[in-house]
Write a protein that binds this ligand. Sequence first.
Ligand SMILES: Nc1ncnc2c1ncn2[C@@H]1O[C@H](COP(=O)(O)OP(=O)(O)OP(=O)(O)O)[C@@H](O)[C@H]1O
Ligand SMILES: [Mg+2]
Length: 372
Amino acid sequence: MTPNPFKPTAGKRPPVLIGREAVIEDFAEGLDNGAGAPGRLMFLTGNRGCGKTVLLRELQRLASERGWVVISDSASLGLCDRLADALRSNRPTVTSVELGPSFGRMSVEAARAKGEALRGLVNERLKKLGPGKGILFAIDEAQSASIEELAALAVLYQQVLGDQDATGLLDVEQRGLALVFAGLPSMVDDLLEEPSVTFLRRAQQRTLGSIPLPEVRDAFIQTVQDAGLCVDAKTASLAAHKSMGHPYMVQLVGYYMWRSAARRDSEIIEPRDVEAGNKDAVSEFYEAVDAPLYYGLRSPQRLFIEAMAVDVGKPTRVADVIDRCDRTQSWASKYRASLIRERVIEAAGYGLVRFTVPMLGEYIRDCVLWHE
Ligand SMILES: Nc1ncnc2c1ncn2[C@@H]1O[C@H](COP(=O)(O)OP(=O)(O)OP(=O)(O)O)[C@@H](O)[C@H]1O
Ligand SMILES: [Mg+2]
């Protein structure tokens, strides 16, 4: 049996990393262009499953290929301490799997002190590196870190730039620091509101949105061919359409269409395989993306989007939400704003809103309202 090449698994490198060339190029240029290059300070944001972890790993790979030290972490409280440990231990890469919510806020002074300790360690480590090389801090799940610690890292970034300038070396010879944060969109909003680090507004912000469908179609064709089956352009387009260009859904649709063809012992993936696999793909997407998001919201937010889910295939009037929920205008404005901030919904014209997360409305209709 030919192994299924698609990878619908969080953090797992897909067979083709579709549509991320621009980010990769910006980062690579940042490393190659010497101290102060913009791509060295980057935020990768996007909703669940849009490919942040996978892309962050790709950037780590690039840095490591260029002889940079890579220190990666999945953020939670104690981030700076763990980074300091990693620097002390001299291990090239450290990946912590400690995940979880932020356990309260640390004082600004405490975070500063930790940042200052890191600065000494970073500078010491940089001295041992060749000209033009540096250290990459790759921080995943940054929304779980304390804002104070993220801000301390941002300050550290600036200080190290200054320390390197003070060496009097040319920019291309200076040792550097690169800082990439990956996290949910609210992380960037929170961090950018932090007054101590306004310079971060000039960092490169990359929102990982959906991938254009022609690119998805071509990747389907290539992946299937490379792995030993066939799919024609029309079938691949149908599959791309079903995926909506969402990276996780791309892997799910690919995985289940492949499985369907394999179960028929066919070497050709046909439209019926895409259709047959789609049901499984959708229900896994519901479970992995829509359900955690829905249950992670506060109950008034849920009420708001349940009222939106009534409208099939069209935006919702905020006035209808007010009617359907029997709430006031100010209640609606408050939760409309909070849902927009969390990138669950977006404005769709005057007085209108729509979902930004794929299939959230369908999920609510199929799995929540249906049971009521
Ligand atoms: N550019 C891409 N092209 C094709 N598939 C991708 C791409 N990026 C990610 N994927 C696939 O999408 C899925 C989710 O990727 P990943 O775990 O990196 O997302 P994430 O944004 O980190 O999710 P979370 O917010 O849950 O941590 C994986 O199955 C991965 O293989
Ligand atoms: Mg991730």
